[in-house]
Design a protein around this ligand. Structure first.
Ligand SMILES: [Zn+2]
Length: 232
């Protein structure tokens, strides 16, 4: 880790820490701050620094071609895309026992990232509806609440939303997160049906259905780049 120390004569007491890359941190400290004091601050904020750094780390879960094989983020891992010939005119990607299979009548070598994104969005939309719908129904019943609709969208900046305490929307990129993290996002949005804020009462509701919610929030924070995996 690269540590930059900026000593400032005008600074009286406070120390500020800024993570500036996946491998570098910048500290602004009062002029006379000693190394021991700096080390103490670094160790005190170690977890926070690591978290910020990992959120800035190079993308791992992305759609990419590697050694002639397509890698697709799905359920928190990178899956190899299999190809299967079909006589049908249109292409599609199916989920078969958690494997992703691209069915096409074309030669698989001419399939582009554009084709894959187009197909995978359709596949992930129906996959997420299948997973989310029964869970949202069950949780909202337990809260003696209800909602108008569930939508899967390429929301671009957020994982999910609950509009007017009625309309639930989930980011299509949630197909790429581990199932327990997806469950947490559903719990989060369903709890907003009752609590349209992030006060303590809301988090108690979340905890009731997901005792490990802070771990799952952490996962999302450190994989924030996934939110936009289907943009463009
Ligand atoms: Zn929220």
């Amino acid at each position: 880790m690269n540590i930059q120390i900026i000593k400032n004569k005008r600074r009286k007491k406070s120390i500020s820490i800024e993570v500036i890359s996946s491998d570098a941190v910048r500290l602004r400290v009062p002029y006379r701050t000693g190394q021991n004091e700096i080390n103490a601050v670094l160790s005190k904020y170690e977890d926070w620094i690591k978290d910020r750094m990992s959120s800035m780390s190079p993308r791992e879960l992305v759609i990419k071609k590697h050694g002639g094989t397509w890698h697709i983020p799905f359920q928190g891992t990178s899956q190899l895309l299999e190809f299967r010939y079909t006589a049908r005119k249109y292409d599609r990607i199916i989920v078969d026992n958690n494997r992703l299979i691209y069915e096409t009548s074309k030669d698989s070598s001419i399939i582009t990232i554009h084709d894959i994104k187009k197909q995978i969005k359709k596949t992930y939309r129906s996959y997420l509806l299948t997973i989310i719908t029964p869970v949202a129904k069950q949780l909202s019943d337990m809260l003696q609440s209800s909602y108008e609709s569930i939508n899967i969208k390429n929301t671009r900046s957020i994982w999910g939303s609950c509009r007017n305490s009625k309309y639930l929307t989930f980011n299509i990129a949630l197909a790429c997160v581990p199932p327990d993290v997806l469950h947490y996002v559903v719990v989060h949005e369903v709890c907003h049906l009752i609590y349209p804020h992030h006060k303590q009462s809301f988090w108690r509701c979340v905890e009731r259905f997901d005792p490990n919610y802070s771990e799952h929030r952490q996962w999302l924070r450190s994989h924030n780049y996934l939110v936009t995996v289907f943009n463009n």
